[in-house]
Write a protein that binds this ligand. Structure first.
Ligand code: UD1
Length: 372
């Protein structure tokens, strides 16, 4: 069975790594004919957004890099499609494996659907029910076209069934990002970042914000920086700044008022980020992955968004949605109350990649679009 595994942007790398490790293990253990190639679309290309993750996660450099880079949604999606099509035509894999909800995920799925190549979508079925998010469009279209929908939580199955996806195409496998977390926690504990930044466990707030709805709008970003200043009067804030956010801070000429208490640093690697999430007093984020990682690690999480496609992190985990006009109250409550560590959702157990490879092998013989 020939797999073409696709990754394009930062949140993809920790999802493909456990799958690659599992495929390599099975191939070594003697599963006949199992091979893979890794395609990097190049959506993210800075060292801090891409290659550092390959080093941290112990995965080999991509076999193919499409080098598409940045652009508008249409340009980026189209460039991935144009570059990925010849790779598929030449390679003719049994499965293309796409992960998450970024533009690369959607673009590669579209190419395969037209070429009659089967697509497995890892992290299928998540819905924010907010079509103003580019990721929601990517999720809906990818799931409508994919042949095998591998869900991280049971709400994903319910969403897909409601959209009319046949049950035979859906497989609840659990959260593959937690496989990466479990495998890397010991290395995260050895991160040099706390010594470099002089951080004590529970002595800081870990902030990550990069969603267009938060950072592409000048008044919103200005208000966020004001709010961080208020928080920083109580607990020091460490904010690794995503390139999109950095560009917007520069464009709108916004600087933190209290530069000593708000530390704006360059984006950090995977092990460093896990250390921060595990040891923060709380995290304030609009990332999808950090909502999940904080739930697994039992760290309180405030998500600065009106909704989440990961409701399980609220229902059983440590996550809570917040708004700018309620943020200080939510922070005060968090700092005063004893927080519950929550529970870890079903199948967030470090064995998801095994279930993914099992599902791919079981469906290996089915032709594209026949799984219904
Ligand atoms: C993308 C994903 C988002 C994910 C995020 C994680 C889509 C629609 N969005 O958003 O779901 O949460 O990645 O990071 O796919 N840039 C650099 N260096 C890089 C990459 C980007 O400087 O290596 C800058 C460029 O100015 C670029 C901007 O960041 O225009 C945005 O990058 P883009 O890939 O379009 O989207 P993200 O905001 O990163």
């Amino acid at each position: 069975m020939k797999l073409l595994i696709v990754a394009g942007a930062r949140p993809n790398f920790m999802k493909v790594a456990p799958i690659i490790h599992e495929v390599r293990k099975r191939a070594l253990d003697g599963t006949p004919g199992l091979q893979y190639r890794l395609v990097h679309t190049g959506q993210h290309y800075d060292k801090a957004m891409s290659s550092i993750f390959f080093e941290d996660l112990g995965i080999p450099a991509p076999d193919i890099n499409l080098g598409v880079g940045s652009g508008s949604h249409a340009v980026q999606t189209a460039n991935v499609m144009a570059a990925f099509e010849p790779v598929c035509e030449q390679d003719r894999p049994d499965w293309v494996v796409v992960v998450g909800d970024v533009n690369s995920t959607l673009a590669c799925t579209l190419v395969c659907a037209k070429l009659g190549i089967k697509v497995a979508h890892v992290e299928a079925g998540l819905r924010s029910f907010d079509r103003s998010m580019p990721e929601e469009i990517n999720r809906i279209v990818t799931d409508a076209l994919a042949d095998l929908l591998l869900t991280p939580s049971i709400d994903g199955d319910a969403n897909l069934q409601r959209e009319g996806v046949p049950a035979a195409k859906i497989r609840f496998v659990g959260n593959v990002m937690i496989d990466a977390l479990v495998a890397n926690l010991a290395q995260a504990h050895a991160s040099p970042l706390p010594a470099r930044l002089q951080l004590e466990p529970r002595g800081f707030v870990y902030v990550t914000l990069h969603r267009p709805s938060n950072v592409d709008d000048a008044p919103s970003l200005r208000q966020i920086m004001v709010a961080l200043n208020v928080i920083a009067q109580r607990v020091p804030v460490v904010f690794p700044v995503h390139p999109r956010t950095r560009a917007m801070l520069a464009r709108f000429e916004i600087a933190p008022a209290d530069a000593a208490a708000i530390r704006l640093i360059e984006p950090i690697g995977y092990h460093d980020s896990l250390w921060m999430t595990e040891n923060a007093r709380f995290v304030l984020t609009d990332s999808g992955g950090i909502q999940e990682e904080s739930t697994y690690l039992g760290t309180p999480c405030l998500t600065l968004r009106p909704n989440t496609e990961r409701p399980v992190t609220i229902e059983v985990g440590t996550n809570r949605l917040t708004r700018l006009d309620r943020l200080q109250q939510d922070v005060a409550e968090l700092l005063e109350a004893r927080h519950s560590r929550g529970r870890i959702p079903t199948f967030w157990d470090g064995h998801t990649a095994e279930r993914i490879v099992d599902a791919l092998l079981q469906h290996a013989e089915a032709p594209a679009a026949s799984l219904s």
